[in-house]
Write a protein that binds this ligand. Structure first.
Ligand code: FAD
Ligand code: 8RB
Length: 458
């Protein structure tokens, strides 16, 4: 590239810190501006222990940055979903074929600190307490504020990793119409906690992602390496007319206890601080952010949540943001100029962002409702059988998203075809005994080309 290889990254969260490593390693001069203080000095902002599910896409990006080892050292393996039916025994549904196909629960604070340390070691300059406040795109100068000071800095380009509430996005929108719109889900979430047992061990199965599906709402729990679990309750914000609980109606600690006594009786004794946490922790809102464009010529580009925030139900927000970083760094290195690089990045990644946003919305229905539905379980059984019969052609939906790196848009397209086959092949059946295997095999062979032939190895 002929232009100077300099970049200013806005945000040292998950994407910003990883992108800094990737660019600095390739010889770029990188400055990272972060609104918050240095988490290595002050502890991670927010305080609460939040964990995230790391899957193959995110892990692969960490490997590219040689940042996977410190992260995996403290990760907890999750082999599958542990489904807790109301009044029944919990059942583990494996995510993959064996322990090579699992996801990992990692602490956001530890992950972010590891990435920041790697970014600094790779030569990036980090500027904490520097929140972007405004951008003058004509003079190519940005203003940052923090710690009672104002700093104006020139930039070659701005890479927006400043999250769902992106300031850079708002500044870009003053120059061009980004076509921004947010679709709110109407459901929110509240974080709770299962502490370690008295003997210091885990109170429930550690190597699983726990789900308490209740139709139109649910609880989940992810393990932490400190032997506690972060529990998240997802439900409607307001009355939706079904008589279901919602955050307006379940307002006090007493309401929350009553809800858990009725709907999550096995979880209630595991959350001794339910009353206090329910009253203290805020209700978070959930939505999907769509933009028609992510870049302003070669001056600025958005990625991660700033470009395409999504609902959390596929556990792919971070994984997708990490994939964005690898794609963007590749285009910045290869293209003749930044405007071309940013346009190529947008062209490559926008269809994939739209696909995972859709699949994340769909997975809410699956998690909260279908995971204990007999038709769904039969289709799931058939998915595994068809994978065994046609390993290159029929890969279960969850596996394509979670254990492979084919584009999300291709995973969505193939999942829709597969869904059709599953529905047709199980119609009217309540076990796999009656499946017409010849017909099912024929559908697979006709409708699903081998994946290696459609996805170039990366
Ligand atoms: P962020 O990680 O949010 O980073 C943005 C950074 O920019 C922050 O450090 C912020 O302080 C900084 N910033 C903001 N404004 C400014 C400014 N004006 N100037 C400078 N800096 C600024 N994803 C998964 O893949 N799996 C999961 O299991 C999962 N679980 C989640 C659980 C929770 C509770 C939440 C909230 C999200 C979860 N996600 C998960 C989604 C994931 O956290 C995000 O998709 C991911 O963090 C996006 O990375 P990002 O760098 O774009 O944004
Ligand atoms: N954001 C996850 C999955 C899929 C699990 C499955 C789902 C909490 C906020 Cl809701 C959720 C998944 O299909 O069996 N993998 O990883 C992470 C999830 O929620 C995270 C912890 C979360 N994200 C605001 C809250």
């Amino acid at each position: 590239m002929s232009t100077p290889r300099q970049a200013s990254i806005v945000g040292a969260g998950l994407a910003g810190a990883l992108l800094a490593i990737l660019l600095a390693r390739r010889g770029w001069e990188v400055d990272v501006y972060e609104r918050r203080g240095d988490p290595r000095l002050h502890g991670y902002a927010g305080g609460r222990s939040i964990n995230l599910a790391l899957a193959e896409r995110g892990l692969h990006a960490l490997r590219q940055a040689e940042a996977d080892r410190p992260v995996l050292e403290r990760a907890v393996m999750m082999r599958g979903r542990m489904v807790h039916p109301l009044g029944g025994t919990p059942q583990l549904q494996r995510y993959g074929r064996d322990d090579s196909e699992v996801i990992w629960s990692v602490s956001r604070g530890e992950l972010n600190i590891s990435l920041i340390e790697c970014a600094e070691a790779a030569g990036a300059r980090l500027h904490f307490d520097h929140g972007l406040v405004s951008v003058d795109f004509e003079r190519k100068r940005a203003t940052y504020r923090g710690d009672g000071q104002v700093h104006e800095r020139p930039f070659a380009c701005l890479l927006g990793c400043d999250g769902a509430g992106s300031t850079l996005r708002a500044q870009m929108a003053k120059w061009v119409d980004l076509g921004e719109r947010t679709e709110w889900l109407g459901h929110g979430y509240k974080e709770l906690e299962i502490p370690p047992a008295r003997d210091g061990g885990f109170r429930i199965e550690p190597n699983a992602l726990h789900i308490w599906p209740r139709g139109r709402y649910m609880c989940i729990a992810l393990p932490n390496d400190e032997r506690n679990f972060t529990v998240t309750l997802f439900m409607a914000l307001h009355d939706e007319g079904h008589g279901d609980p919602n955050f307006d109606a379940v307002d006090s600690a007493a309401d929350a206890i009553a809800l858990f006594e009725r709907d999550f009786p096995d979880a209630l004794p595991l959350i001794p601080e339910l009353a206090r946490l329910y009253e203290t922790n805020p209700v978070g809102s959930l939505g999907t952010l769509y933009l028609d464009r992510w870049h302003l010529g070669g001056d600025a580009v958005l990625l991660g949540d700033a470009a395409h925030a999504m609902v959390p139900f596929h556990g792919q927000g971070m994984n997708c943001a990490f994939e964005d970083c690898v794609a963007l760094a590749g285009h910045m290195d290869a293209a003749p100029d930044l405007a071309t690089a940013f346009a190529a990045f947008e062209r490559e990644r926008m269809p994939d962002a739209l696909a995972i946003q859709r699949m994340a919305l769909d997975n809410y229905i699956e998690m909260r409702d279908l995971v204990d539905d007999p038709d769904f379980l039969l289709q799931r059984e058939l998915e595994l059988a068809l994978q065994q019969r046609h390993p290159t052609r029929f890969v279960p939906h969850y596996s394509m998203v979670t254990f492979m790196r084919i584009p999300y848009s291709l995973a969505l397209e193939r999942s829709e075809v597969q869904r059709g086959i599953l529905v047709e092949a199980t119609r009217g059946l309540d076990s796999l005994d009656g499946v017409d295997w010849a017909a099912a095999d024929a559908m697979v062979e006709a409708r699903l080309p081998p994946i290696a032939a459609v996805a170039a190895p990366t």
